[in-house]
Design a protein around this ligand. Structure first.
Ligand code: SF4
Length: 442
């Protein structure tokens, strides 16, 4: 929790010696609170005060990076319990568990996982991680790992049962900066030395929060900087309790030893149960969710949920307001007008493409509101539409003057015709009606 200027002042020497360049300790404290100066400017601050002030400037939930380059995953650094308070910043990583004894299935699965890429409302949705889990001996694990390294660029979680396997695996995968996940009762301090040496993130695993907190403190003392927490497989209710308590303690009580992102495993033989469980953990408050199912429907539903949870609730997803030519447009192509709310625009776009009638879509700046909301808020009005038509010079792109408006705002037809000089045709209320509407125009 960040300290206020007064809190910091209480920790300073209060001698007003001016060595920091400020007339008083209080003035210096106020600048420190604003992060406008460095604490090093005061030569007399005690080591204890320095520790307290520096600790207060750290984020309450540490940011942890797994992987490198384009496929790196950053998790943590969240600042709120509820997304309406601000927003959630670093989207939960979604990964797939592959066992090292799956033989030829490993390659097949990797091919399928590599294809789990989608586009929704103009954004790319992609999965993030492969978690390779040890079932056999070190050799079997490294053979499987070589296959994974060759066949996918995704970031890695190495779920290993013994130190020998871990050392062998890190030698061949160190370029990927994997997340080390020791399973079974292992010598955590030896593993901590390895994580510290490579500067790799490490999963701290303990079944209850007290044990987890103690383990994190040990790892911290051992020099492990990047930690991901896990409290193991539990009922969904118990797991949600853990996830919520960890987030609450980190944010509200400044509980440093739980101030790290959390990993949750949602593995289940029933894909529907697994998807529900994973969705619950994405919502509250996992930094990584691992599952087994690699079907497109499961990945797409989780990626869509994640996209919604990690969007800014105060800033709707928007497309650029402009004229979008769809298909091989000509001067005879129909002109449809809609708002710049991404979901609305892409829904209209999908239906126009499905109609196979080349058309212009004019996206009016409604600050990301949908049609009826924007109309009610007076952002989608005859005036704003007319201004948009003039601004983008649509009349120079087509040889007709017919404008198709959404059926829900038919009420503005007369005024829009008067203000814009365009003839207004009222389109369907629902986007699903657009293909037949456009085909009937021809
Ligand atoms: Fe206070 Fe330190 Fe600045 Fe002196 S140098 S005025 S003790 S904050």
């Amino acid at each position: 929790m960040a300290l206020s200027g007064l809190d910091i002042y209480k920790l300073l020497p209060k001698t007003n010696c001016r060595a920091c360049g400020f007339p008083t300790c209080l003035a210096f404290a106020m600048q420190l609170a604003k992060k406008a100066v460095n604490l090093d400017k005061c030569p007399y601050v005690s080591a204890e005060a320095k520790r307290a002030i520096e600790a207060s400037s750290q984020p309450p939930i540490k940011i942890v990076t797994i992987g490198t380059g384009e496929n790196k995953l950053e998790i943590g650094n969240e600042t709120v319990l509820f997304r309406h308070e601000e927003k959630f910043f670093n989207p939960c990583g979604i990964g797939f568990i592959i066992d090292d004894n799956e033989g030829v299935n490993i390659r097949r699965k990797l091919e399928k996982i590599n294809r789990l890429k989608f586009e929704r409302v103009g954004q790319k949705l992609e999965v993030n991680l492969i978690c390779l889990r040890q079932q056999g001996n070190p050799r079997q694990f490294t053979e499987a790992l070589n296959l994974v390294l060759k066949d996918t660029p995704l970031a890695l979680v190495l779920m290993v049962k013994d130190i020998q396997t871990l050392q062998d695996a890190l030698q061949i995968s160190k370029e990927r900066r994997p997340l080390i996940y020791p399973v079974a009762n292992q010598d955590y301090l030896s593993i901590a030395k390895i994580a510290k040496y490579f500067k790799f993130p490490l999963v701290a695993y303990a079944y209850n929060l007290d044990e987890l907190s103690n383990l994190v403190q040990e790892l911290d003392r051992a020099g492990v900087a990047d930690i991901v927490l896990d409290t193991g497989r539990k009922s969904v209710a118990d797991k949600i309790w853990d996830l919520t308590q960890i987030r609450r303690l980190a944010l509200k009580k400044n509980y440093r030893s739980l101030g790290y992102p959390v990993l949750a495993v949602a593995e289940n033989d029933d894909p529907y149960t697994e998807a529900q469980e994973a969705a619950t953990y994405i919502t509250k408050y996992a930094g990584i969710v691992l599952l087994k199912g690699i079907d497109s429907w499961e990945a797409l539903s989780l990626l869509t949920l994640r996209q919604n949870i990690y969007s800014d609730p105060q800033k709707p997803l928007q497309v650029e307001p402009k004229v979008y030519p769809i298909g091989q447009v000509t001067s005879d192509s129909p002109v449809l007008v809609t708002t710049n709310f991404s979901l609305t625009y892409y829904t209209v776009l999908g239906e126009v493409e499905a109609s196979k009638v080349p058309s212009y879509i004019v996206s009016v700046d409604t600050e990301g509101m949908s049609v009826l909301t924007a109309w009610a808020a007076e952002k989608f009005t005859p005036e704003s539409i007319s201004n948009c038509l003039n601004k983008f010079k649509i009349s120079e792109m087509v040889s007709h003057n017919t404008l198709i408006i959404p059926g829900y705002v038919a009420v503005m037809s007369g005024e829009l015709e008067e203000q814009s000089g365009w003839k207004v045709a009222v389109g369907p209320k629902e986007a699903a009606g657009i293909p037949s509407f456009l085909k009937n125009l021809q």
